[in-house]
Design a protein around this ligand. Structure first.
Ligand code: ZN
Ligand code: ZN
Length: 66
């Protein structure tokens, strides 16, 4: 799991369930925009770990790595 802010090893999840390192645990991480439909993305958990998924899922299947 990598910190969504700096990419270093994430030690915990912040209040939005986003992986963050100890330095960034208090920093709110902005959700990225979906590359397909420009909607906000939310954290989803799959069998390969957490990733950004489009809010419009299943209408839109835009995903992005954290
Ligand atoms: Zn960090
Ligand atoms: Zn989308």
């Amino acid at each position: 799991m990598k910190c969504a802010k700096c990419g270093s090893f994430a030690t915990k999840l912040n209040s939005n369930d986003i992986p963050v390192c100890s330095r960034h645990s208090k920093v709110s991480v902005k959700s990225p925009k979906c590359p397909n439909c420009k909607l906000e993305m939310t954290i989803r958990k799959g069998k390969f770990g957490s990733f950004w998924g489009c809010k419009a899922f299943p209408m839109c299947d835009g995903i992005q790595k954290i």
